[in-house]
Design a protein around this ligand. Structure first.
Ligand code: AMP
Ligand code: ZN
Length: 468
């Protein structure tokens, strides 16, 4: 390995050295989107946490297997196994069946992750595609005596697992004292559904036969069944947003460890803090949220949003505002322009000087220290402004850093080259007109450029041309 890597583990609440279960390999499971609505930029913050974790481990020399699920059934509106299935909410809104809703929003999710240059997980698995695995796991739990059946379905009895809520440090007694006995037909307030019965008088779009009757799986069981199928009973890393700790991840741990015979389910739990607007967590259910498309519509490159997320440590809240977005977009654009200008002096066979090696060591110690990407970006910017390093050294260093950042600077110059010569000439004429305060003439050139499908935007360094 290329160095010791440290992560903040929500299980121990401490920063710990990453020691893989199998030397040189790392298994990561990430809770994927519930595909009943567009993913918002808060969801994308989690996607970027998972992507960055994978990239950092790859740079450190690990062979990473990344698994992400698509929640296309069973995620109910209420955390207490109450309320409608979110897919039904989507169905009512869209006027198409639940399968159509799932397909539509899975597609749009991957369009957005591509815009953010996220590496597609090695395994993308659907809850609806793993019903037999989920039924098998519920049967194991039933055989081991961890379940009971009530009017609503098959439930996990959390009182049978003494470590329940260990990650969230849940005050189980407090929770129980505050709840009615027999709450929602459960024995304990924290019990959760493994299998839900279909309503008797209703045919659901998504329902399956099971040893307990027609129904559908609870939300939590899908992640345990699929994670264990693809990564084994115990694996290295599980990622998700902070909101998942008290219920979804507590339940995943309980059912997985009980099914496998109390083997530790996950070694390192990584959780991102929320993306908020005005101190309020962005959520799909509120109906008011921003998507990657909203950023594009406002004139922003999705990669500038990537920069924004990378620049805020994943354990810190990210308060999104258009003002912050605008400032970050400028910083990102400046960095991009500098890097692309180095391209023509690149040298694939460059030998790095001691100074370049020192910068690289600073970069690595930042990324390995609980993914301090903001500090890594500071190092990259120091490199770009350094007066001693050669352009070839700078370019070589930044391209290697970009394996973690994921902006794909290496292929970006094509975009610049694609801008035709006549457009550049017009932009130059516009600049000369502006410098001479010939406003009418400079507007004329701008309109001409626009008609040809390009936009010229002024910035501190002069101007930039982008495709319309
Ligand atoms: P969902 O599509 O609602 O199942 O959520 C997918 C992932 O996004 C989960 O890991 C959530 O914890 C995470 N998430 C949801 N809202 C936010 C937010 N406002 N900020 C950061 N992460 C979030
Ligand atoms: Zn999950």
């Amino acid at each position: 390995m290329n160095g010791k890597v440290y992560f903040s583990n929500s299980l121990s609440r401490e920063k710990e050295e990453f020691i893989a279960l199998e030397a040189g390999k790392a298994g990561i499971y990430s809770c994927g989107p519930t595909v009943y609505h567009d993913a918002h930029i808060g969801n994308m913050r989690h996607v970027l946490l998972a992507d960055t974790t994978k990239r950092v481990l790859r740079v450190a020399g690990y062979d990473v297997k990344h698994v992400m699920n698509i929640t296309d059934v069973g995620h109910l509106v209420g955390d207490g196994d109450d309320g409608e299935d979110k897919m039904e909410v989507g169905k009512a809104r869209e006027g198409m069946d639940a399968w159509g809703v799932a397909k539509k929003y899975e597609e749009s999710f991957f369009v957005d992750t591509k815009r953010l240059n996220v590496i597609r997980p090695d395994v993308v698995c659907h809850a609806t595609g793993h019903i037999p695995e989920q039924i098998a796991m519920i049967k194991t739990l039933e055989e081991k005596g961890f379940t009971y059946i009530n009017s609503d379905g098959v439930y996990f009895d959390t009182s049978k697992y003494s470590d329940y809520g260990k990650m969230a440090k849940l005050d189980i007694e407090g929770l129980e004292a505050g709840s009615r006995v027999g709450f929602n037909d459960k024995k304990n307030k924290t019990d959760f559904a493994l299998w839900k019965f279909s309503p008797k008088d209703e045919k659901r779009d998504m329902e399956w036969d099971s040893p307990w009757g027609m129904g559908f799986p609870g939300w939590h069981i899908e992640c345990s069944a699929m994670a264990m199928k693809y990564l084994g009973d115990s694996f290295d890393i599980h990622t998700g947003g902070m909101d998942l700790i008290p219920v979804h991840h507590s339940n995943e741990i309980a059912q997985s460890e009980c099914a496998s015979g109390c083997k530790p389910f996950v070694k390192y739990w990584l959780h991102n803090e929320f993306l908020n607007t005005g101190d309020i967590k962005m959520s799909k259910s509120s109906g008011e949220f921003l998507t990657i498309q909203s950023l594009i519509d406002a004139g922003y490159d999705p990669l500038a949003f990537r920069y924004l997320c990378l620049n805020t440590h994943y354990r810190k809240p990210l308060n999104f505002s258009w003002e912050i977005m605008q400032n970050i977009a400028k910083i990102y654009q400046k960095m991009k322009t500098k890097i692309l200008a180095l391209k023509e002096n690149s040298d694939d066979n460059i030998t790095l000087s001691d100074l370049a090696m020192k910068y690289d060591a600073d970069f690595k110690s930042a990324i390995y220290n609980d993914m301090n990407i903001s500090l890594a970006l500071t190092t990259s910017n120091l490199i770009l402004n350094d007066k001693i390093l050669s352009d070839a050294e700078k370019y070589s260093l930044i391209l290697s850093h970009d394996l973690v950042y994921g902006f794909d600077f290496e292929n970006m110059d094509l975009e610049v080259l694609e801008i035709p010569k006549n457009i550049i000439e017009l932009a130059e004429k516009r600049k000369a007109a502006k410098d001479n305060k010939e406003w009418e003439s400079s507007d004329k050139y701008r309109d001409q450029i626009l008609k040809l499908g390009y936009i010229v935007k002024d910035n501190k360094d002069g101007y930039e041309i982008i495709k319309e």
